[in-house]
Design a protein around this ligand. Sequence first.
Ligand code: DLL
Length: 431
Amino acid sequence: MNFKSREEILEYQNKKLRCCVEYASKNSRFFKNILKNFDLTPDDIKSIEDLQKLPFTTKNDLRDNYPFGLTAVPMDEIVRFHASSGTTGKSTVVYYTRNDLDTWSDLMARVLSTTGLTKKDSMQIIYNYGFFTGGFGFHYGAERLGISVIPTGSGNTKKQIEIMRDFGTTSFTSTPSYAIHLGETAEEMSIIPEKDLKLKIGVFGGEPWGEGMRQRIEELFHINAYDNYGLSELCGPGVAVECTEKEGLHVWEDYFIMEVIDPKTGELVGEGERGELVFTPLWKEAMPIFRYRTRDISRVFKEKCNCGLHFRKIERLHGRSDDMLIIRGVNIFPSQIEEVILENPIFKGHYSIIVERKESLDTLTIEIEVTKDLFTGNLKDLIELKEKVEEKLNNVLLVKANVRLVEEGAIPRSQGKAQRVIDKRNIGGIK
Ligand code: DLL
């Protein structure tokens, strides 16, 4: 799978792109319309540079064509559906042929082997199996690599820990926020990871998580924790993963063309600059898609990786352009808040960001959990701690943030993606 040089990768991408354009122009009604509307023929798109003649595809295109408008094969060739939950709008549906599932499994097997896992390992899959792509994606990838799969799915936290102990599980995968909850539950159960568990590796993703959370998870379980990235519209997990260097995520560029654009203008950003990731998968049969705008913000590293892979790396994802909160005109990413909180080891990673509008002014409140001892201890210490965090937040965010310290367990735990932001400014507006 490794290419000898970037030139070799680019040549391969151009070849695959021509095949995809040819295929979609024959089979996808959605793509035929694009070519017609933009006055293009398949011959106009021969290389990566030509991609820019095509418009972006967005989540709205999927919503507008709900449920099956992007199909490029007859229904009887579709062997799987996945869908988004639709909490922020109409649900979006994605589909796979037998070959699509096969390729996805290969991509996920690569993800797992890049973190050092082998067929000698076992993996507890603590993602939801269902419309969410996490459970099945990891399941098929692990099986393909020959890992012993323990398909527990999410939830039943204590039972998960018992299974880890009884089965001698060597790796697991879940959202990073649930991993912390699992680790704290293990602590409550007096489980000592070095003695009672055989875990070595954890692979986490599906939501943003910074270095503070990584450190916490690694300490809780005594494991190496790796980040992996993906999204349903491209396959699910399986787009990018950290290698053992843990400095950025390699993108499988033989399967995806990656562009980075300015989210405001849609223009490509300069080399190494931050912007929105846009992907064109080079392998999809059921649902070919071109220039998909992810809304995820990252940048491509220029440096070559010591691990030897020629696939370029992206910076860990710290947020989506549509996650950005605008508070009194100031742009704030939830990840900035998380960084400040987790700088202080007193906090264990459970927090909520609450935005309200009071007398036409936006207010920002950060609820952070503290341990029971601290919460019921000296009031002066609590007030000092609160003021210290407020000062740090105000310096970083340049907007006044009120900190409310709450007792352990007050912030709801999530078994999947954590809901960090509660934006009460819109009616019913939970983001
Ligand atoms: O979350 C696929 C996935 C499952 C990836 C399990 C990794 C592990 P969606 O539900 O479609 O698919 O959500 C995709 O989640 O656009 C990002 O905003 C966010 N996301 C996914 N992985 C990461 C990550 C899956 N490692 C959306 N870091 C994406 C930050 C992530 N955000």
